[in-house]
Ligand binder design. Sequence first.
Ligand code: ADP
Ligand code: ZN
Ligand code: ZN
Length: 840
Amino acid sequence: MLLSAFMRLSDSSTHTPDLPGVAERRSLYPAAATFPWVEALVDCPNATESYIYRIPNGMAVEPGDILSVPFGAQQMGALAVRRLMQLPEGLSVDEVRPVEAVVGHGFFPPGYWDLLQRVATAYCTPLMQVVRTALPPGLLRRSQRRIRISDPAPLAPDDTLSPVAQTLLTVLRQSATGDYTWTYLKRQSPRANQGLRELIQGGWVRSYLEPPKAVRPKQRQAVTLTGASPLSDLSPRQREVLEVLRRQGGELWLQDLLQRCQTSSSVVQGLEKKGSVTIQRREVLRREMTATTADQPQTLTSDQARVLAAIAPLRHYQSILLHGVTGSGKTEVYLQAIAPLLQAGKSALVLVPEIGLTPQLTDRVRARFGDRVLVYHSALSDGERYDTWRQMLTPQPFVVIGTRSAIFAPLHQLGLIVLDEEHDGSFKQDQPAPCYHARTVAQWRAQISDCPLLLGSATPALESWHRAQPTDSQSVAETLYLSLPQRIHARPQPPIQVVDMRQELRQGNRSIFSRSLQEALTALRDRRQQGLLFIHRRGHSSFLSCRACGEAVHCPHCDISLTYHQPTPEATPTLRCHYCGYAQRSPSLCPTCDSPYLKPFGSGTQRVVEAVEQQFPDLRCIRFDSDTTRTKGAHRALLERFAQGDAELLVGTQMLTKGIDLPQVTLVGVVAADGLLHLSDYRAGERAFQVLLQVAGRAGRGDEPGRVILQTYSPAHAVVQAVQRHQYDRFASEELHQRQLGFYPPYCRLVLLRLSGPDAALVKQTATAIAERLRTAEMGQVLGPAPAAIARVARRFRWQILLKFPLDVAPHTVDWEGLVRSHCPPQVSLTLDIDPLNFW
Ligand code: ADP
Ligand code: ZN
Ligand code: ZN
């Protein structure tokens, strides 16, 4: 674990090893003498909770310190989490043992534990759960406990020891190094525990924590073109592979090459035998190294310069909303705001909605700042996260780019926090607790670090926009509002044409493409341009249904139809549940009526691709959805293929709305906006507006003007009207007015209680009883209880209660324990979602 990564705890209690990245000790807390107790995380796999220890007189302990503590018969490493004035109830003074020594300081930046504590309090979650969210998985578990023979040995003869102790000693003496892992020793005797205690007490052996092995960077196979061997020797397939490799600059990862060419490794091995390519194991491609030195800051437009001039001088906490239309150059502003900070030795944190969907942003940050950039997100392996975490503890400045949990990156000296696409819902964690919003946590972190917080979006969340409005003519808004109202080089926003699909049908057009979209698609090919087709999927719509009885095949554990998967025409089709993970082969007979007439009802994207193939055989499509982007790196590979012109159309879902900046895209078609318009929660309008305007914003980012065709059955819908006119401000103020009338955020606070359990009646009964208590206690406005939108997931029945509080009531001040938790039987689990965004 962390502790042992840098030291052997048993070595000495006075010696402070040289810890990389340990800042000098800053005391933010009152003198330690006022805190007699400390709560610590013990480095032991069996220790699931934290433990309380006494701080001996004269010892100073601060949160984040590394301690040596007694644990059972052992001395163990531990992490001081917080100090306490009083012992928790039920614990008596003589049960509590003292801290043995403080062995390391300053692993966490100043204020870090205050941040975790604040998250725990505000989201009504135990601190330990927050600690687990914040620290990389395995950080507290990665070391091995080892036992080593003491040198010199005690004077007492061996036969004073019990037989089991003697056995262990004999085993240890046979080891060349005089030590073994405890796991190994334990297997030598059922009573090893007792033997070990005896050996430690007698001074025969000592126990220590071995630093985890440094995680070796993963090596991958790289294929390099040699240029040798005449083409005439090669099969057409091999020639094709060489051609792809040549177009890629002569070097690719084997995996990428195979994916691009849809071929097997034997073809490439054949090429190696003929000397046309070499295959080598490598950590990085040379190309990746060189790409990072290329990028230089751009000369800012006057709008960008104005915005940067407002941000750059800020040295203290200030939240800023950068409202810049799509393609207005927000990223360049972020980069130029960060550059001087790095020079001054400060770090910056850049949060993005999803790393996979924003390879272009990540690339640009890397291209600008090279090896100062660390990428941190949950798709990294545990080892990679652990290594990155350790690197962040060193005192150099970094730019950390990551997803929501990166808000907990242990950076010292934060100079700026940026949230790109701050309106995006993936900044909110729905489960497990803490159900935090990274934007809110970012605000606290910026306050604690006393640095600016920059929120960037073309379609700000209404909460953020609201905060940037002065409440009356006298007051100053909480958030500084800056805008980039124009695209770079004054490129026009693409005009948005709304097509009434009811009219199309009336006039005899039964295609899913309106005549306008058909014309635009025909023109694409002629002009050698590219387009995006956007389909909104509500839930997962590719399922297997029976043409005889009309039933869809459902998950046996959840109230949801199973998703039909067939990534390629040759693959065996499977059915999967997206909520509980259940999977089965696609059945040949209907489970309801035994008829053989089962028909996969394709996903939105699949159906659109088929329709394009039928009506426009000249146009090549790439499908970009959760089916085709399942594997790591698939987003990037598909986007690269599209960027290189392997297809004219990219057909996809919500993913298309994020981070695609391709100058050759001139057409965006929204195949059907309706699914998006008619969702049922209070934020549906806001979300639909954001998605539609974002996807529209992908068109016309290059020299050629773009156009957007939005097909809908509700052309008069307020969202459609606002999108068509690119009217964010008007939409926002009207929507906010509705929220105020309906008493919804940002004019109130919401808390969603989610209850679930295997016994339907018990869950319902509990939900009803709790709602009743909340009503009697006059706890805000109580809505429900009601079954959740998906009433059963993974065999658990789900109910919800929604609470609305006036703004002056902080939800964490409610006595949840007394009012709610204590009335929840053990068979029913309960999650409190403070400020929920998702209601499924
Ligand atoms: P946004 O994030 O606001 O959608 P980007 O930062 O992606 O916009 O910028 C859009 C495009 O304009 C990018 O291709 C970017 O390289 C380019 N760009 C940004 N700033 C400038 C500038 N000052 N001069 C020239 N090109 C710029
Ligand atoms: Zn049937
Ligand atoms: Zn399921």
